[in-house]
Design a protein around this ligand. Sequence first.
Ligand SMILES: Nc1ncnc2c1ncn2[C@@H]1O[C@H](COP(=O)(O)OP(=O)(O)OP(=O)(O)O)[C@@H](O)[C@H]1O
Ligand SMILES: [Mg+2]
Length: 243
Amino acid sequence: MPETVIQTRKLTKEYVREDYHVFALKEADIEIGRGEFVALMGPSGSGKSTLLHCIAAMDRPTSGEILVLGQDLSSLNERDIAHWRNVHIGFIFQSFNLIPVLSALENVELPLNLTALKKQERREHARNALELVGLGDRLHNLPRQLSGGQEQRVAIARAIVTDPDLILADEPTGNLDAASAQEVLNMLSRLNKEFGKTIVMVTHDPHAARFASKIRYLEKGELLPDGRTPADWNLPAAEATSG
Ligand SMILES: Nc1ncnc2c1ncn2[C@@H]1O[C@H](COP(=O)(O)OP(=O)(O)OP(=O)(O)O)[C@@H](O)[C@H]1O
Ligand SMILES: [Mg+2]
């Protein structure tokens, strides 16, 4: 049994307005071990992003417990959270979220600006990360001078440049054509297998989910029971993705 790196107990996120009440997450219990590659699936609005954001400490639950890498996230204040996230989490977004006026190299260097590394070392780390994702020859391109697949690979380089324990990806292939999606999935798979990174990936795409070692399914904020492998799922063709 590998070390548990993500553990939630009755994790609940509620949105209440005057005439509106939604459980984005309802008493979700999940346990993820070091080195696992877990795909989170479920219909639009089922709480996938909410769960991922709670794990990344980008969102706070209404109730329940969440321990990530042994840290009780509820005990961190906002400033500590930003630092904790920068050290431990690499987050990959569907729409890449690169800064348009910065080069690939500068984008990847950003998370290192909060560390004690010297300028030269930051450059070196960023260059290495870009080489790892096959973009060693695109260091000085701006995002708009790259294809979507290349932009997402820059975003992956940015996510791994701090050597985080955990990589979280929210529909990382949602905006990509099939060939670019395949490259991104191969990359994530390699980070998992070769570098031992724990990965949680939200996806609508059954093909993408097959790269994971385990699939967990959410429905209306509730996690369906554990214990299935990708091969057990006889999922319909990919649904249209939505933000
Ligand atoms: N800030 C908010 N205010 C009110 N309701 C919200 C807010 N954020 C999310 N929700 C609601 O919580 C539920 C879960 O949303 P979430 O974004 O986690 O779904 P999702 O599974 O990621 O969906 P998708 O596949 O469309 O990205 C939805 O019903 C959504 O409308
Ligand atoms: Mg979502």
